[in-house]
Design a protein around this ligand. Sequence first.
Ligand code: NAP
Length: 559
Amino acid sequence: MIKANQFKRSTRPYDVIIVGAGASGLNALHQFRKRGFNTMIIEAGDGVAGTWFWNRYPGLVVDIESVEYSYAFDDALQQEWQWSQRYAPQEELERYFNHVADRFGLREHILLNNLVEHANFDEAAEEWVFRTDKGGEYRAPVAVMATGLVSAPHIAKFDGMESFEGESLHTAYWPREGVDLKGKRVAVIGTGSSGVQVISTIASEVDQLTVFQRTPSFCVPLRNCEMPPDYFDDVRRNYSTWRHRERYHSFGGWVSVNFEMTDPVLESALDQTPEQREALYENRYQSGGLALYNVYPDVFTDQSANDTLAEFLRRKIAERIKDPELEKKLIPTGYPVLTRRLVAETNYYEVYSQDNVTLHDCREDPIERLTAKGIKTGRESYEFDVIVFATGFDALTGALKRIDIRGRDNVSIKSKFEGESRTVLGMMSAGFPNMFYLNGPGTPSSLFQPILLCDEQVEWIAELLESADRMGRTVIEPTNALEDKWVSHCDDMLNETLFTKANSWYVGANIDGKSPRGLLYFGGIGRYRQALEKCAESNYEGFLFSGEQRVKTTAAKNP
Ligand code: NAP
């Protein structure tokens, strides 16, 4: 006879094992424990905070406001934490996540310094077995992969890389003790969010800086500042309203505009007069950061609507660049604005008027190879002391594929995600029972605020596990048919947008052989949320529930 609450009453030490102690992992650990699941985290680093633990490059600040890029699950936490800046720098975020780990008693449930190398589903015991680089083996019926969206660094490959005699750094592996760049000749390859922040920060310190740009980004002023006390007090007084707007009335889970909360604009950009559009774009631009995502919905779907915003931003960029030759190189063309992440910066374009800064356009003259002394392009040979690779990440699926994950019939996640990312609701894949992804491929993560999305995902997963308990089942997995349906729905959503028109990491275009279909759910948070609700309301139609054998086997093994 199978009893209810099998997960919670498991005779194993753990009901749920989470991989990763970043923002999602900590949230999940807290929420699962609160619901009575015996849960632990295995983490590769020697500290918590994930992205904010590993990425330590100069100038790193988050591009979502501190009051928003923080946990909503505990009001006392929201009220007591003092954010020092409108956009928090790396060290403050790292401190915040450490505070959360201590405040909620999470630390004792986190195993640090253990890199999960293998995770395989033991079909007889019906549990996941995790093996780490320290030789440890940990078992639980439920696996939650909180391995991060942009956490597997992509180091662009160039001939002769090993011959470079200077120092090579990737932005995501910046040494904790820092790097002294004073007086050095430095190259930065890449001009996405990481590259732009590094460039703007180190330009004043290095002797010479050469930026290797392949695709110019649309960059907008972050407008960071000390946290204005009145604004902070106002947010804290109205935090629940604020969070509600963030979740339900914004494109990406961020709402602040000119330090005020506004409703989303629902009209088409093309139904407005040029003056109305200009006023809205100017308002968002002046607000700073990513406020320009909260404009007309059809900028994501209609090229003409998109052009109105792109032209506005090109004009703004041009106003900041003095040299017409530089202007030609720095102004983005050839892809719709917002289909690659807007880059929020401080003084980026101004840096190019410094005498010690050179922009090398890799579209005109690509990098041929690295040499002992530096970088050789078709036309130039440069000498450097340091090369910074700001070349991005193998996003979403990369961190999962780095682990040798084996589901039923020993099928690996690597082969499952070969060429495309196959999931149901971005949270599970057929053949990988009881394995859940947080902010994974096939979710709106990175187009929505991942900290908030994680709240909803953890709740959904916990309710699914509790439903299984009520049925007396302990093993849950989606069918192939359901997976096909979600993959095809994701394709349809992507094809309704302009995101197909850019070579971005959103669509896996930065990694050879990666999904041509899109890594995210492009239908928006509203539709994604509806899909979660519909699935739960249908009693998880398309999911298989089993698990009797596991219970008996366990009882025999662990009397
Ligand atoms: P990214 O946006 O993927 O940018 C990588 C850059 O490297 C691109 O400019 C890319 O050029 C260039 N690159 C790659 N291979 C190259 C090659 N072989 N030759 C020349 N250039 C090459 O990566 P990222 O800047 O690390 O940012 C990734 C994401 O992390 C962001 O979109 C954002 O979501 C997040 N992030 C956020 C913050 C923040 O909150 N402030 C900061 C950093 C990162 P192409 O575009 O031509 O491929």
